[in-house]
Design a protein around this ligand. Structure first.
Ligand SMILES: Cc1cc2nc3c(=O)[nH]c(=O)nc-3n(C[C@H](O)[C@H](O)[C@H](O)COP(=O)(O)O)c2cc1C
Length: 252
């Protein structure tokens, strides 16, 4: 038996949860391919099980992720699928839309759940959690993954309930967020050239090719606000509105 774990992760939380899914599926002798959508163009229908995971931005899964799924995931006949989202809160509203999309591609989505992870957006909103809090969050995440995989393997459906009004509000807010995001880095992020070593990690890691490093770091108008560049920089050279900040590094 083989599974595909297809995910997008800006700062590592969703990758961490995807790795937990792989580990727990392997207890059931399901070999899983971990598929980071940044490195893959099309999925072949060669798997028995499919897992889809992404963070939540302004209540929804990033359009970047759902668009990728729309284009690159094939139509299947009733393959079982599991969806997870990794918001900082406890509700993954946007997973609802992905479920609809996957159902329309012939998947039998029997699991849709939120795995809460640390907030990676604290440079802009809400606070940064402490290392102790993060350790607890990672451990709760792993326990939740273990239970979700058990239910999935035993054929029990676990679909998180999300109210219609919440979905409607989320979809409405996300439209504004998505438009605002495109120029977010260009308008808010600058580089401290006393620190920058021009290693190009930010440019390479940007999922949409929004960063160009020639003499200086330049942003185009296709940012998705994932925060990846800010936290991957090895010398913490980025500034938000002219001020330095503490980076988010996921503990392993
Ligand atoms: C632009 C942006 C918007 C976010 N909006 C929400 C949100 O509406 N609700 C929430 O619970 N978390 C929100 N978050 C937090 C992330 O979903 C969370 O930290 C996630 O685990 C990050 O995953 P990653 O490290 O795989 O990118 C937001 C993060 C970003 C970058």
């Amino acid at each position: 038996m083989k599974g595909a774990i297809i995910y997008f992760s800006g700062t590592g939380n969703t990758r961490y949860v995807a790795e937990q899914f792989k580990k727990h599926f392997e207890y059931y002798n399901i070999q899983c391919d971990l598929i980071d959508i940044r490195n893959k163009n099309a999925i072949e229908d060669i798997y028995d099980y499919y897992v889809f995971g992404a963070p939540i931005y302004a209540e929804m899964m990033p359009k970047y992720f759902t668009d990728w799924v729309k284009i690159n995931v094939p139509f299947v006949k009733g393959k079982r699928a599991l969806i997870f989202s990794t918001p900082a809160s406890t509700v993954g509203t946007g997973a609802f839309k992905l479920r609809k999309l996957l159902n329309s591609k012939g998947f039998n989505v029997i699991s849709q759940n939120t795995i809460s992870m640390p907030n990676n957006y604290y440079v802009v909103a809400f606070k940064k959690s402490s290392i102790e809090e993060n350790k607890e969050i990672y451990s709760e995440a792993e326990s939740k993954v273990k239970k979700i995989v058990k239910d999935f393997m035993e054929g029990r459906s676990s679909i998180e309930h999300i109210s219609r009004s919440r979905v409607a509000l989320g979809s409405f807010v996300y439209k504004f967020f998505n438009a605002y995001s495109k120029t977010w880095a260009k308008k808010n992020i600058s580089v401290d050239y006393d620190k920058c070593i021009k290693c190009g990690k930010c440019e390479k890691s940007c999922p949409t090719g929004n960063i160009k490093l020639i003499e200086k770091v330049e942003f185009e108008n296709k940012c998705i606000s994932c925060q990846g560049c800010l936290h991957i920089c090895p010398v913490n050279a980025f500034m938000y509105k002219g001020t330095h900040f503490e980076q988010y590094k996921i503990l392993k």
